[in-house]
Design a protein around this ligand. Sequence first.
Ligand code: AG3
Length: 273
Amino acid sequence: QSNLWFTELQNENLSIGLRIEKTIHSERTEFQQLDVYQTAQYGKLLVLDGCVMTTDKDEFVYHEMLAHVPLHTHPNPKSVLVVGGGDGGIIREVIKHPSVERAVLAEIDGRVIEASKTYFPQIAAGLSDPRVDVQVVDGIRYVEEHPGEFDVILIDSTDPVGPAVGLFSKSFYESVHTALKPDGLMAAQTESPFVNQELIRRVYGDVARTFPIAKLYVAFVPTYPTGMWSFTMGSKVHRPEDVKAVRVEDTKYYNLGIHHAALALPNFVKELV
Ligand code: AG3
């Protein structure tokens, strides 16, 4: 076996290591460094600027949880926007909902979309669905230019450094609010409660000042820093607690019990909201 290891330095004191069988692809795009590796443990691995984005074996957790918790919270989601998420994993989950008529992907880096289509065909599969409109654009501008259009907006960003900083700002959540219909809702990935408390506290506060209903929920993603991952939902009308049934059965992590369990926060996380 090879002695090559991929290491993500998650912060100055913490890293994750994955044994690499081979480097499949490596390029510097206009926006970031993009690498694809074959790992021994988790199948293929997509890395942007040194950070794990997704792996074949655990991608389902993050993609299902960022998509299905908000989509089930909305009683009839027809028009959905995904900001970021160029690998297509969130879109794949979104179009499992029979009510969805239109799903827009607003990804700034077209190379991520191409790499996913080439190396992660099961993740990218949904991108060629006729209901899906793939836009290689700046998500911030896209949101600003489409007021009142969406039932659900999902923010599948990289970490709050580099190209994604703007996706963690109060003014962005305000544009998201404006881009949503009168009963719309949003959810964003918001990092680990073990190492990003300040970020979670700030984002939750900004979302709670922008939307009448704000909710933090968590899931277990083995390849992200610490494994415990948070998501922040902002909603104009509908509450995630009120979900009584699931409409999508074809999932590996998400189900009705998980929907409600994800909303139950450990005390040290509850303190942040
Ligand atoms: N979105 C990135 C989540 C952040 C991971 N952070 C890290 N590894 N430091 C994932 C994109 C998947 N569609």
